[in-house]
Ligand binder design. Structure first.
Ligand code: PNS
Length: 164
């Protein structure tokens, strides 16, 4: 049987406990999971470079043997076409996420018909959480330990506090 491959794409600027929860749950459902660190052209410059975002995502998923992290600066549909049949898994926090995610899913389907998109409900404890909120709290020197993995908290804090 063909391997079931999931893609978890995002900016991951930085990766949060909410992202990790979706990745872990996806890893239980699929044979292989690619965490795809990408560029969201609707957002301005990221706080962390592509390499830094890949490093952070790699460290917090190191215990998951069927998960790998890659960087791709291009269309998600092009990446999907390159690897063959796969499923994009996106976390949905609230109704407000839906319209944008739905539009992206339909666009991606048009560009790459072999690719599916599935939405996974975010765990209730992370419903409010976003990378932009983490960046904002960290830039003012606030405590982000509830929002990101313990091994990343200090360095995110140090990096972003300098920019405040
Ligand atoms: O974490 P984000 O910023 O919500 O992730 C959005 C991301 C990076 C997955 C999305 O912007 C994306 O897929 N970017 C790559 C370019 C692309 O394929 N755009 C979709 C066409 S609708």
């Amino acid at each position: 049987m063909e391997k079931r491959i999931a893609l978890c794409p995002g900016s991951f600027d930085p990766i949060t406990k909410g992202h990790l929860d979706i990745i872990r749950r996806t890893a239980r459902l699929f044979d292989e999971v690619v965490v795809l660190v990408m560029v969201n052209y609707a957002k301005n410059n990221t706080a962390f470079s592509g390499q830094e975002r890949v490093d952070m995502a790699s460290r917090v998923t190191a215990d998951l043997p069927n998960v790998r992290v890659e960087f791709f600066d291009g269309l998600l549909a092009d990446y999907a076409r390159k690897i063959g049949p796969c499923t994009v898994v996106k976390g949905l926090r609230a109704v407000s996420d839906f319209e944008y995610e739905f539009q992206m899913a339909l666009t991606n389907k048009k560009l790459c018909p072999s690719m599916e998109t599935m939405f996974m409900t975010t765990a209730i404890e992370y419903m409010y959480l976003s990378s932009s909120m983490v960046r904002q709290v960290a830039s003012f020197g606030g405590d982000i330990s509830a929002f990101v993995c313990p091994e990343l908290a200090q360095e995110i804090q140090d990096r972003l506090a300098k920019k405040a």
